[in-house]
Design a protein around this ligand. Structure first.
Ligand code: SF4
Length: 345
């Protein structure tokens, strides 16, 4: 839905007010933040003496010029600025995706370079392709830059992948990212086999009859994302199957926790005041806005030192993640007694 709003706003050069009339504050902010990112990018290019000459929105790009037929993608925004191409991809979900090494974005960048070239050779005058992933809801904006010389290598990478995928006996490559959106994910035997062998490896320490070490447990945890996702997908498929009349031995679908709400809020309010004799004040609870919500009252607050001075940033809970995670290690605070314990003995 927010992709549609972005398309309407950018294509028709209209403010987001109307297309966002039914949007939640979170959606409104996400769209404004995404637009702000695009404006800043264009300003940056202008200041660098490379103003945007062409902007394309929801542009289909193809790779047939490099011999990859029947493959296309729709880039959210493509900017041509001098000899540079910028591909901007909106991601409004809550799953972090990074531009660095992202194959989808590499393919968009390549497709954009192929459709824009205006000179000799396959890539003409294009000197640089920059891809941006904009995830306003996560405050995550990542960029990857490719030189003209990288483009043939990217083309080869995509060619080898598409050739392998189109082979008579294609090699499957199950993984959390690629299987997540695949429509075959619950009955793909390659994914099942990968999950099966992963589970066997992950629990091997427990079946070898030796003491299970911390490293074994960490190994199990780092692998369990793939297992958990597989189980969640199976759970969803079984639930759907039973709800549509199927029967499966050993499981059934029941109602989860019930929730209670007003049938008609306006009727309930009237009845509580007039039939039950409550005062208006008793029917409402006033809650002070949280800091992030107050920040959304005015876009300038994020950068206003006086406003930021009111906010205390509390530390997040220690969270165990794979060592490859990009965040810095959690710093354990020492209290004074701990810090000096060695000197006090
Ligand atoms: S579920 Fe199977 S077909 Fe789909 S992406 Fe995963 S490995 Fe490929």
């Amino acid at each position: 839905m927010l992709h549609d709003v972005m398309e309407t706003v950018l294509t028709n050069a209209v403010p987001p007010v109307h297309p966002l009339a039914d949007g939640t504050p979170d959606q409104v902010n996400a769209v404004y933040d995404a637009l702000e990112y695009l404006d800043k990018l264009k300003d940056k290019l202008t200041f660098a003496g490379n103003p945007v000459i062409t902007q394309l929105v929801e542009k289909k790009v193809y790779l047939d010029k490099i011999g990859i037929a029947d493959v296309y993608g729709t880039a959210d925004v493509i900017l041509l600025a001098g000899n540079e191409i910028h591909v901007v991809d909106w991601k409004f979900g809550f799953y972090p995706v990074y531009a660095e090494g992202n194959l989808q974005l590499k393919a968009y960048g390549l497709g954009a370079a192929l459709c824009f070239h205006d000179g000799e050779g396959l890539y003409g005058d294009i000197e640089k392709v920059v891809v941006h992933i904009v995830q306003p809801r996560l405050d995550l904006y990542t960029v990857a830059e490719y030189d003209r010389l990288d483009l043939p290598e990217i083309a080869e990478e995509i060619k080898s992948i598409t050739t392998a995928a189109n082979a008579e006996d294609p090699k499957f490559n199950p993984g959390e990212d690629q299987c997540k959106w695949c429509k075959y994910k619950t009955f793909c035997t390659a994914r099942f086999d990968a999950t099966d062998s992963l589970a066997r490896e992950a629990f091997s320490a427990y079946t070898e009859g030796r003491p299970v070490l911390m490293d074994d447990k960490a190994d199990l945890l780092t692998r369990c994302g793939f297992l958990k996702k597989y189980l969640a997908d199976i759970e969803g498929e079984l639930t759907e199957f039973i709800l549509t009349g199927g029967e499966v031995s050993g499981v059934k679908v029941v109602e989860g926790r019930k929730s209670r709400g007003w049938k008609h809020e306006e009727n309930a309010r009237w009845a509580l005041r007039n039939d039950f004799g409550h005062k208006e004040d008793e029917l409402y609870e006033k809650k002070f806005l949280t800091a992030p919500k107050a920040e959304k009252l005015n876009k300038t607050y994020k950068k206003d030192p006086a406003f930021q001075e009111l906010i205390e940033v509390k530390r997040g809970k220690p969270t165990l993640v794979p060592a490859s995670d990009r965040r810095a290690d959690y710093q354990v605070k020492q209290n004074a007694a701990d810090a000096f314990s060695g000197h006090l003995e």
